[in-house]
Each structure stands twice: as structure tokens, then as C-alpha cells.
Write a protein that binds this ligand. Structure first.
Ligand code: ANZ
Ligand code: ZN
Length: 814
């Protein structure tokens, strides 16, 4: 008998599919377990070896959960709309629809070769009208609640793709797809009001099992700050009466107000003043124009700060001091009020700015610690208000809390307390500010979901009646972007009767960003054929929320945020009985090219899985990818590793033919493995699960009874589903190994993992201590010295020497 995966694997895959072995049964009485993985965007390049890592892991987990008595919902679908497909279609001169179909077919073939246990009957495709009917429906629900609206906004515009780009599609100021330099444009867009949900998106993070770093990213993106709005009167504006105009600033540190030695207004804000008649100098105007061309990220990350004196002054409301007003692009137009009070002694950005432009720096918060003394002539120019004795201050900026100085009657007060005292003192207003902005969802491109709205000259914007959904994306001969949405050139598509007044009206010619399609797909898997609802309440109750979501660590921030937002919205609208869609989330580490770099076509280090699966089989491929290292870490691809996994499976295969006695050692190893492999799969530690199986095989190689070998096959089955199924049948079974329950281990057989260690003091045995077998030397030393008996004999003396002979003894010399 020879192990030939190419014969075994496709045979069993067909058999499983025929028997619908992995069907998720809506009506079974078993507890449900819903596993989700990011559904792929099917690119023309097909899969590389990095893609299936997460899929394989989830498949192992799903198979294990089934063996543990769960009804598992585990499915696959296609995020098939979007720019890459459209761009590729333009390149090869085909229609995006045809290209997408071809890509899906190829992806599906590739995905299927790994033997993944999806319920294929639940496959979805976002470009299928039966799916996007509900994407459109969702959009209309937002509109009805006033949460979908149009507004003018500055957008990233790619001059080559002729379309708006989301921030994360812009890389180093260039279009992430075609590398053209991105421009800024003002444009009317559709937005979804995610900002209404900012607080709930923060709160919801508390009770979900996600990696801390991922939660942190969501928190940072939402960016909640507590602060105050303070008002500064302006003076010396050419042609204006003093004090008539005021500037409001948002600050998180009103306690530092006495240290505000100048104001900075954003270029956007300055431009508004010019629009209403401010006679700024031509230098100021030039500066504003140049800044407005830059993108926000460039402005925030710029190494060297730039700015210009506006030539006007403001009055600090705390001490009535006259302070200059500057225009600088490190202040953003879209955050807070678009203007700031600069406190260079306590804000790094202001500090740098003040040093560069020689603006005054005044310390108003003393840290609780003493900073080194600095000689007088090293001080930056223009420091005011510092007593020469007070050298705890100067050359560095202190952003922390402390005790107030140079702050009039507030001197000596704790800075946190002073926040609200000073706010009240100057009649400021408390304010909570968020970084998150509303979600821009419309795209001026063809290959996406048509926005189901009608623009009527009489009635304004009216949603398409729900009974008329879907609004089907028409097949267009020429769908290339030309600065206006391609659908706008199809009069057939555009012309429609207003659903309110019946008059002539026009359809919305834009399409939805693919982030919208993918923000709700996990709901559709629960009930993929429903044509009356996106999913029935009953099915949602049966399957939702997702119990485990495995997702790549890159580009997941917004997807997760949007998906959570949609869930919360649908809950409020009465459609869902939960609001956090993903209870447990884990990231899959990237597989790199053999050179340790990210796999990419341009680097030429992409490895295609097809040839490996052909030569060594899917099982070897699966075992290898899981054995590479900790699941959440990235590792470079190593072809030899696949061969190693293949050899391991060959040995398993051979073992099936013999039937002898199981040694005591092999039985112990086996029962240890039942426990360990189960726990490891549960916690996604696949690499150690594989090594445990290898260890067990080494013991069994010297002889194993049929019954014990079958147990081994069961615990190997989730990882290597084909070979185990084959051998299961070879050993005389008719049912599938994947319908078996996970074996029980015999606790009495578990290998001891602790041992007794003698401890000597000055050569005499004084104690025996129990140590775990994997304990390090330092830790053993520590435990020996902690022993009551040892302490009795050392009488508090510090030992001269402590020697550890691992596994043998500890020797303490006084
Ligand atoms: C004075 C001050 C003193 C500040 C101090 C900080 C420290 P977060 O936490 O990010 O909300 N700020 C306000 N609006 C801004 C804008 N449009 N562009 C750039 N910076 C802006 O930060 C709020 C702080 O960021 C505000 O508090 C303001 O600087 C600055 F010792 O005001 B602060
Ligand atoms: Zn009308």
C-alpha cells in the first residue's frame, strides 16, 4: 500500500460534497457554532500560499467543533464587486462581470483543493443581484432614519482612475492601485452617519474577546477626547473693530490656558475668513493655497513644521495678554473648531513650532519631578515668565499633569482640577470631541451596487420603493471612468419615474463602495436564499452572532468598525437581537515569501499552492502551514517544510497496515495528545498540536494496536482530513471519520509533568522540592531558596553559590 494523495483527496472531496457532510443544519438540536473568515476578493492572480493559512486554521477548528458536538456554520463567499476587478477588466478589455465570474471560478477551484469543510450551499457573491438587493435595502433603511445623507466634502481624487479614493486606498500620497499622485477635490457625496454611533462603538469593545491591539486601533480611530471650547477675542484686524470677531478653540488642556502664547488657525479656517473679507497679505494667501493642496496625512506627518504670521492678535481670556495669531497646516480644518490655542511648554507640536519661529514659551504646569538644571544661555529664545531659580523647566516640553504656576489665582492647583476651574473662569464650555468622521460610501465607478435613490426635480431625493429592488446594474458597453459616474452616460438606466409624484426623474448614477457590501455579509450566510428579508429573525437567532472570526491583521480596522456599526443600526431598527457581531476575533499571521518579504507580484516571491498540492497533497500542505510557527505570527515560506509534512503522513499511512501491542509509553503519549491537541486547536495553537501528534507517532512507530491507532486518526482528522478518512475506511469503517466524536482521554495515563528535586545545603540533603519539568534554572533556584527547610538551614545568610543540575539536584553553598 502506497500513500498517494492525488488518488485519495479528490475522491473524498467528491464523496463529502455528495453526502453534504458539512451542511449546517438549521433545525438540529445541537448547540451552534458560527465561524467566519474574511471572504476573499477574487483577484485575477488567484490564490498564493498565504491565503489559505487562515482558511485551513478555521477548517481545523470547525472540524474539531463538530467532533465536540456543535452544529457548525462555516461557509464561503465572494467579495466580487470593486475597483481591482474593474481595473483589471479595463486592462484586458473584457466586462467586469465576465472577469469576476472567471476569477470566482478559479478561486473556487483552488479553495476546494484544500478540503475545506464549507457548507457550499450557503455560498454568496456580493455582485449577485439577489445579494445586493439587500445591500440596497440596507442603504434605504439608513436613508429613512436620516442616517444616509449627501454633503460636500474634500475627497482624495485619483486623476487616472477618475474616482474618489478612501484614505486607506492612498499610500504615500499616491493611488494604491495605479500609483498616480492623488489630488484633493471638493465633491458632493453620500455619507452614512457612523458618528452617531461613536460612543456605542467604544462601549461595545469592552465585552468582546478581541486582541487588545485591535481594540486599541478601533478606539484610536474613534478618538474620543474630553475637553473644552474656549473663546479668544481678536484685535488688530485691518478694517475691523477690535473684539468684534472671535475665535473658538477646542482644547483637551484648558488648565494650560495661561501658557497659551499664540493662536494657530488652520488654512481651511483662514480661507473662510478670506472669503468673508479678511484682507490678508499675499504671503499669507499663498501659504493657505499651498497648504490646501496637501493631504491631511502629509500635513500631520510632516517632519518640519511650516506656518505664517497672520498679522493679527488675540486676547488670552485668562490674563488679557495680547498674543499673535498664526496660520499653520499642522492644525487641521476638519477637527475640533479648526483652530487651536498653542501652549508650547506643554504640547510637543506647539513646542517645535515655537522654537522654529521664536515664539514665547511659558511653563504653566510643573511636573512632580525635577528636570536637570540647564544653563541660562541654553534656553530657547523668548521664554517668558520663568523665575531664574525655577530651573525645573525649560528645554523640554512637559505634556503630563502637575502643579500650576504662572497662572494667577490658580497657582498651586492640581492640573486636572484646574481643567474645569479655568474653563468656568473664562466662561468656556465642556465639550467631547471625536476623531471619527462620517463614512463616505459613494463611488463614481461602474462595478458596484447602484445606489437605490431617485433624484426628482419636484420631490428631491426619494428612495426606490422596496418592492422595486434590486436596481440592477446594467451591462454597459463602455464602463470606463471619465470623471463622471459611468452610469450617468446610460440614459436608459438613468430615466425613471419618481416614486412619489410619478413625474420624470433620474436615478442616482453612483455605486456603493465595497466596504458596504462586506459590512453585512456575515448576516446573509444565516439565510442566503431568503428573498423577503436579508435573513429571517429565526435564522438570525439560530446562528448569530459570529463565535469566531479569523481575519488578516492588515486593513481590518475599518471593515470591523463598519460591520459593528451596521449591526448596531440593525439592532436599533429591530432586526437583530445582538449588537456586537463578532464575539471572538483572531488575526492570522502573514506567510512571507522565502526571502522573508511580503509576497507580491512585483517582488517576484509569490508562491502558488497548486503545484504543492499536486505533488504532496492538501493534507501535507495543511500540516506544513500549521506547523510553521505560532498562528498569529508571520513566517517565511519554506518548500522543504512541505516535504517534511509529507514524510510524516507517509509514516502514518504505513502504520495502518500493522496491528500489534501498544507500549505503555505510546499509550501515555496518545492520551496526552488527546488532551493537548484538543486544547491547542481550541486556542489556535496549531503548531504545538502538530508537534504533539509527531511525538505520539514516534512512540507508536514501535508498535500500536488497531484501537489506539484509530484514536490517533481521530485526533489527526481535523488537520489531515483526507488521509485519515482513507485509513478509517481501510480499517473497516463505513461511516465518515468526520462524523466521530472527539475521543476521551484517560487522566490516569497523563504523563507526569512534575518531578522531585533534592536540595543540598553545604553538601547535606535538606529538602525535596516539586518542580514542573519545563521550569527554567533561575526559577528552580528561586524555588529552592524559598523552601522553608532550606531557609531554616541557611539562617538568613546569603548563599555564596547556588548550583542547579537540571533534573538532578540543587546545591547551595554558604
Ligand atoms: C491646547 C493644548 C495644551 C493642547 C496642551 C494639548 C496640550 P486630541 O486628544 O487629539 O483630541 N487640537 C485641537 N484641534 C486641533 C486641530 N484641528 N488640528 C490639530 N490639533 C488640534 O487633541 C486635542 C488637542 O489637539 C487640543 O488640545 C489641541 O491642542 C489640539 F498642553 O490645546 B490642545
Ligand atoms: Zn417627484
Amino acid at each position: 500500500m502506497k500513500y498517494d494523495p492525488s488518488k485519495i483527496e479528490s475522491k473524498w472531496q467528491k464523496e463529502w460534497e455528495k453526502r453534504k457532510l458539512y451542511r449546517a443544519n438549521d433545525d438540529s438540536l445541537k448547540p451552534k457554532f458560527y465561524q467566519l473568515e474574511t471572504f476573499p476578493y477574487p483577484s485575477a492572480a488567484g490564490l498564493h500560499v498565504g491565503h489559505p493559512k487562515g482558511y485551513i486554521a478555521e477548517d481545523i477548528h470547525a472540524r474539531y467543533k463538530r467532533m465536540r458536538g456543535f452544529e457548525v456554520l462555516y461557509t464561503m463567499g465572494w467579495d466580487a464587486f470593486g475597483l481591482p476587478t474593474e481595473n483589471y477588466a479595463i486592462k484586458v478589455g473584457k466586462s467586469p462581470k465576465v472577469v469576476a465570474e472567471e476569477n470566482v471560478t478559479n478561486f473556487k477551484r483552488q479553495v476546494k483543493m484544500f478540503g475545506l469543510s464549507y457548507d457550499w450551499d450557503r455560498e454568496i457573491n456580493t455582485s449577485d443581484p439577489k445579494y445586493y438587493k439587500w445591500t440596497q435595502w440596507l442603504f434605504i433603511q439608513f436613508f429613512k432614519k436620516g442616517l444616509a445623507y449627501r454633503k460636500n466634502a474634500r475627497v482624495n481624487w485619483c486623476p487616472k482612475d477618475q474616482t474618489v479614493l478612501a484614505n486607506e486606498q492612498v499610500i504615500d500620497g499616491k493611488c494604491g492601485r495605479c500609483e498616480s499622485v492623488v489630488e484633493q477635490r471638493e465633491m458632493e457625496q453620500w455619507f452614512l452617519k457612523i458618528t452617531d454611533y461613536a460612543d456605542r462603538l467604544l462601549d461595545g469593545l469592552k465585552n468582546i474577546d478581541w486582541p487588545a491591539a485591535t481594540k486599541k486601533r478601533q478606539e484610536d480611530w474613534i478618538g474620543k477626547s474630553q475637553g473644552a471650547l474656549l473663546e479668544f477675542a481678536l484685535t488688530a484686524i485691518p478694517g475691523q473693530e477690535d473684539g468684534k470677531h472671535k475665535v473658538r478653540v477646542f482644547t483637551t488642556r484648558p488648565d494650560t490656558l495661561f501658557g497659551a502664547t499664540f493662536l494657530v488657525i488652520s488654512p481651511e479656517f483662514a480661507q473662510k475668513w478670506i472669503d468673508i473679507g479678511w484682507q490678508a497679505s499675499s504671503e499669507v494667501k499663498d501659504y493657505i493655497l499651498a497648504s490646501l493642496k496637501k493631504r491631511e496625512i502629509e500635513r500631520m506627518e510632516a517632519g518640519e513644521k511650516s506656518g505664517i504670521d497672520a498679522g493679527i492678535f488675540a486676547i488670552n481670556p485668562a490674563n488679557q495678554e495680547k498674543i499673535p495669531v498664526w496660520v499653520a497646516d499642522y492644525v487641521l480644518g476638519g477637527y475640533g473648531t479648526g483652530s487651536i490655542m498653542a501652549v508650547p511648554a506643554h504640547d510637543e507640536r506647539d513646542f517645535e513650532f515655537a522654537k522654529k519661529f521664536k515664539l514665547p514659551i511659558r511653563k504653566v504646569v510643573l511636573p512632580g519631578r525635577l528636570v536637570e538644571k540647564v544653563p541660562l544661555n541654553d534656553m530657547p529664545a523668548g521664554i517668558i515668565g520663568i523665575k531664574p531659580t525655577d530651573w525645573r523647566v525649560v528645554t523640554e516640553c512637559w505634556e503630563g499633569e502637575g502643579e500650576l504656576v504662572n497662572s494667577g489665582q490658580f497657582d498651586g492647583m492640581d492640573s486636572q482640577k484646574a481643567r474645569w476651574e479655568i474653563t468656568t473662569f473664562v466662561k468656556g464650555e465642556r465639550k467631547t470631541q471625536y476623531k471619527i468622521r462620517d463614512w463616505s460610501v459613494s463611488r463614481q465607478r461602474y462595478w458596484g451596487v447602484p445606489i437605490p435613490m431617485i433624484h426628482c426635480p419636484k420631490c428631491g431625493i426619494v428612495p426606490v420603493p422596496e418592492k422595486d429592488l434590486p436596481v440592477v446594474l446594467p451591462d454597459l458597453e463602455d464602463y470606463r471612468p471619465k470623471g463622471m459616474p459611468p452610469l450617468a452616460s446610460s440614459s436608459e438606466f438613468l430615466s425613471v419615474k419618481c416614486s412619489k409624484c410619478g413625474g420624470d426623474a433620474k436615478r442616482d448614477p453612483e455605486t456603493l463602495d465595497t466596504f458596504v457590501d462586506s459590512s453585512w455579509y456575515y448576516l446573509r450566510y444565516a439565510d442566503p436564499y431568503n428573498d423577503r428579508e436579508f435573513a429571517s429573525k429565526e435564522k438570525i437567532k439560530r446562528w448569530m452572532p459570529v463565535d469566531l472570526y479569523v481575519i488578516g491583521a492588515e486593513h481590518t480596522n475599518l471593515h470591523l468598525l463598519y460591520a459593528r456599526f451596521i449591526s448596531k443600526f440593525l439592532k436599533d431598527d429591530g432586526y437583530l437581537n445582538f449588537e456586537e457581531p463578532f464575539l471572538k476575533l483572531r488575526h492570522v499571521g502573514l506567510i512571507q515569501g522565502a526571502d522573508g518579504q511580503k509576497m507580491s507580484k512585483s517582488r517576484g516571491n509569490v508562491v502558488n499552492p497548486d503545484e504543492f498540492v499536486e505533488q504532496y497533497g492538501a493534507d501535507a500542505f495543511r500540516i506544513y502551514e500549521m506547523f510553521m510557527g505560532p498562528f498569529e505570527d508571520g513566517q517565511p515560506w519554506d518548500t522543504k517544510g512541505v516535504m517534511g509534512a509529507y514524510r510524516f503522513l507517509n509514516r502514518v499511512f504505513k502504520l495502518a497496515e500493522q496491528n500489534s501491542l501498544t507500549s505503555e509509553a505510546a499509550r501515555k503519549a496518545l492520551h496526552q495528545a488527546i488532551k493537548k491537541v484538543g486544547e491547542d486547536i481550541e486556542t489556535l495553537r496549531f503548531n504545538t498540536a502538530v508537534s504533539e501528534l509527531m511525538k505520539t507517532l514516534n512512540e507508536m512507530d514501535r508498535g500500536v494496536a488497531k484501537g489506539d491507532f484509530e484514536i490517533f486518526l481521530k485526533i489527526l482528522a481535523p488537520l489531515a482530513p483526507h488521509i485519515t478518512e482513507e485509513l478509517w475506511h481501510f480499517l473497516g469503517h463505513d461511516d465518515s471519520i468526520h462524523e466521530q466524536t472527539w475521543p476521551e482521554y484517560d487522566a490516569a495515563l497523563l504523563v507526569e509533568d512534575e518531578y522531585q528535586m533534592p536540595v543540598q545545603v553545604n553538601g547535606k540533603l535538606r529538602d525535596m522540592i516539586l518542580v514542573p519539568s519545563d521550569l527554567g534554572e533561575d526559577e528552580i533556584k528561586k524555588r529552592a531558596l524559598e523552601s522553608q527547610k532550606v531557609q531554616y538551614y541557611t539562617k538568613g545568610n546569603v548563599p555564596k553559590r547556588v548550583l542547579v543540575v537540571k533534573g538532578k539536584l540543587v546545591s547551595i553553598v554558604l
